[in-house]
Design a protein around this ligand. Structure first.
Ligand SMILES: [Zn+2]
Ligand SMILES: [Zn+2]
Length: 310
């Protein structure tokens, strides 16, 4: 099934945190609109999730990073290296364009060095063009990061803690449709201002029981970098998205809070419906908004042949 010209399609490839979890890989979101296709963040398992969803790894040559925590770019090497192999499952036809906050140059240079041994073998075997294993860095600041073919991606500076600056949320606009993803942040007024009018607003959340915090003080550091359920409730109340959704649930062991408990805390500040994201869920924002679970044909399964590049 082709994508309707006025439809913005979002595939939540990864909705997890650093904890290795087969059901929730690191953050990664595929954005499709018209003839445009962009990946935002590239956490653990991005290549696996793309493939599960029916996309070749070379479906896009553009990755935008929100910030430099590992759960948001640990999957980059796999996408970069495996993506260069000239097979239907990969087949990126050129270098990878990487948009990131300051530091993106280091990632690009480091990737070129780290991939050298593999690259030399594959070049000797006439298997790949070495230039395809290059990362082209593009440093961005708050504001418009991407504007092509009617798809606009706007970076919103958020507050993810004093040593993680800058960190960004993204507002994605296409044909009057608006999708906002908080990525990692505390309660943030700048995000609230720029998330107005969203069709779908996906926000992170973190919570831990008081007794867990008392026994494991290190957990407090992680919790302090994120938004609590009641804070997320306030964000949704102040932005009134058509669809409000939670992702990147930081629920640390032992004895983590349940999703029901988190949602009921959030309800103290927000009375609307709240959904919980899962890996491989597709969101289509067109004449209406549909949320399609993977097992019901979500994401690329519907149009696998159309997205292969030559
Ligand atoms: Zn994260
Ligand atoms: Zn983070």
């Amino acid at each position: 099934m082709t994508l309707d010209q006025d439809t913005l399609r979002i595939t939540l490839l990864g909705t997890g945190i650093p904890n290795p979890d087969i059901n929730a890989f690191g953050t990664s979101t595929l954005i499709e609109a018209g003839d445009q296709c962009v990946l935002i963040d590239c956490g653990r398992g991005t290549a696996i999730r793309l493939s599960q969803a029916g996309y070749p790894l070379g479906v896009t040559d553009t990755v935008i990073l929100s910030h430099y925590h590992s759960d948001h770019y640990a999957g980059l090497f796999d996408l970069l290296m495996t993506g260069t192999i000239q097979q239907p499952y990969s087949n990126r036809g050129g270098p990878l364009h990487l948009f990131g906050p300051p530091g993106v140059q280091d990632v690009a240079e480091g990737a070129w060095l780290a991939t050298k041994p593999d690259r030399e073998i594959r070049v000797a075997d006439s298997e790949i063009d070495p230039d395809h294993m290059r990362v082209i860095p593009h440093e961005y600041a708050e504001g418009e990061v991407y504007n092509r073919g009617g798809l606009k991606i706007i970076a919103i500076e958020v507050d993810h803690g004093e040593f993680i600056r800058p960190a960004y949320a993204f507002r994605v606009e296409y044909a009057g449709r608006v999708f906002v993803h908080s990525h990692d942040t505390r309660y943030n007024e700048n995000l609230i201002r720029q998330a107005q009018g969203a069709d779908v607003f996906v926000h992170e959340v973190a919570a831990a029981r008081a007794e867990t915090l008392a026994h494991y003080p290190r957990i407090q550091v992680a919790i302090d970098h994120h938004a609590s359920p009641t804070e997320v409730g306030r964000v949704f109340t102040q932005t009134q998205p058509k669809i409000a959704m939670l992702t990147h649930l930081v629920m640390l062991p032992p004895n983590p809070m349940t999703i029901s408990e988190i949602v009921s805390e959030l309800a103290e500040e927000y009375s609307g419906i709240v959904l919980v994201a899962e890996d491989l869920m597709t969101i289509e924002i067109g004449k209406n908004i549909s949320l399609i679970p993977f097992n019901h044909g979500g994401s690329g399964l519907q149009h696998k042949p159309l997205r292969n590049r030559d």
